[in-house]
Design a protein around this ligand. Sequence first.
Ligand code: WT7
Length: 645
Amino acid sequence: MSDSTILSPTAHSHAFVQSQREAAFNDPATYWATQAKELLAWRSQWHTTKDTSFDPKNVNIRWFDGGTLNVAENCIDRHLATRGDKPAIIWEPDSPHDPKRILTYSDLHREVSRAANMLLSLGVKPGDRVTIYMPMIPEAAIAMLACARIGAPHSVVFGGFSAQALRSRIEDCESSVIITADGGMRGGKVIDLKNNVDTALEGLSDTKVLVFRHTGHRVSWVEERDIWWQELAETVAAECEAKPFDAEHPLFILYTSGSTGKPKGLLHTSGGYLLYATHTFQHVFDYQEEDVYWCTADVGWITGHSYIVYGPLAAGATTLMFEGVPTYPDAGRFWEIVEKYRVSLFYTAPTAIRMLQREGDDFVTRYDRSSLRILGSVGEPINPEAWQWYHTVVGNKTCHLVDTWWQTETGGHMITPLPGVDETPPGSATQPYFGIRPVLHNTDGQALEAAASGALCIADSWPGQARTIWGDHARFVETYFSAFPGTYFSGDAANRDEQGNYWIEGRMDDVINMAGHRLGTAEIEAAINAHSDIAESAVVGIPDDIKGQAIYAFVIMKPNKHLDDEIRTAINGLLRREVGPIASLKYIQEAPGLPKTRSGKIMRRILRKIAAGEVTSKNHYDKLGDISTLVNPEQVDALVEGRLQ
Ligand code: WT7
């Protein structure tokens, strides 16, 4: 690495990493067994380290079978003797003028025990699903760990999802206890979470809602159903025994979008997930005891699960939670927080980087960032310009930058540089993590050797992998294990260069990644079609300078109806209602028809190119590839002519 003289030192040597990579590659079971003993506290020893099969006829993923542990005990209790007074969670509020909160490991132990007792008092039993719909406050993490302590899998629903989206997730996992807050704060505005819960639960009986009072604004109340967290907390003990659960006991369900149908509830289990989150946290961020670590994600995403809560706390780290947004009160907020707490490990998304880059360097340089050692990126490809700005301006050229590729399904990092060891060409996620075996397949299903571009698959199991889709194992098999039999298919395409570095090229399916949020075309189209004047719709992602992708919609109106701004506004309102404020359409174009194959499938490949402006006249139709299979090629002219920009 040419710049290595000015980069801050890291713990790993090339030789160490090389030997670990070889060990993990050659014998993953032995490697992970050793790591599991070193990193986690087990109550009883497993009999089978790895029992996994990617055979589509029998997809089975089990790690550390027979072993038992308590995840909350691993994240809290075992640190008490040595780190009782160490900050576990630092909480920074939305407004810099409001007081911060610092919870030590002892505080966390008390609060999680209380919350666990509250859940027990509501009748929650091991295996019962608990939905968590919270702002970014310590109680979100406390609620998750309380569930883990009593073996009740949680389903965290991002606070930016709408009441409808929340309801469908509550129904899918049949959860009867919801943990929420009166509201959350974002950029000086109240997000009315309790109100959304009320709407979500309309007509559903036998539910209990535990409400943390945070914003203090007035909320409506359903007697018998709603309970104030703070009131119940006073009635329960501050000690709650952590019972052992099987390594494969469900830890959480997390919903994510696919190309078709409803969001999928990915199920993660206890031992393997916790090991993988902890191991990757320690190695990828070169974690040291005195570090202050900050991941800016929301706990509603997998990044928040693995790298705000489980990984850092199992490692005994100090993890910072921030309720606000990068640009409130101004675009210096992130760096003000870095200075205030002397953050050393910082993890954010390219969208945030691009947004802040646009606001100018002054917002960054006016704060002291000399504490920073490692900068991480996650959620979408980071373009080289944003990478350079992050490295040069934010990191002052002294920090290692780790671009981490992974997914809700993978539980933890899959392709990422190890800081101080791997070369980091800007825009490449670089090297597979310990024990990860990427394979690139061409469309015929052949595995490609050496430098190549193809469907990014993984050849063998790793401990952090999701085990199934809640309630639909057949869909799990179909989605991830049928396209390229014998391997896990990520849904992404990637390029591997001569050095063996991986460059993620984006989704191969109809998933749109907008501002690092994963949105399914089917969900968005269902919301649009709910408008009474719309007959049919198709949405595609188009490149966007800040958000990575934006959504472009083609709509077919019902007879005698025409698209106008009122309908456009109404459609975006429907999207907010059905999905949430994170899903809004940049363009809505009226289309006379959609390009379809003879079997009736919409050819999104064509729509994507038209929407992106790659085809502007008949002279460019060669760019569309083969359109001879279209039943209605004449539609293409109208779509190209009507393109919005
Ligand atoms: C999809 C997964 C991983 C946690 C946050 C998102 C894209 C993720 C990168 C990266 C290029 C990336 C992929 C992936 N993605 N990280 N470093 N470079 N693309 O989790 O919501 O499950 O989305 O995000 O397309 O498949 P997710």
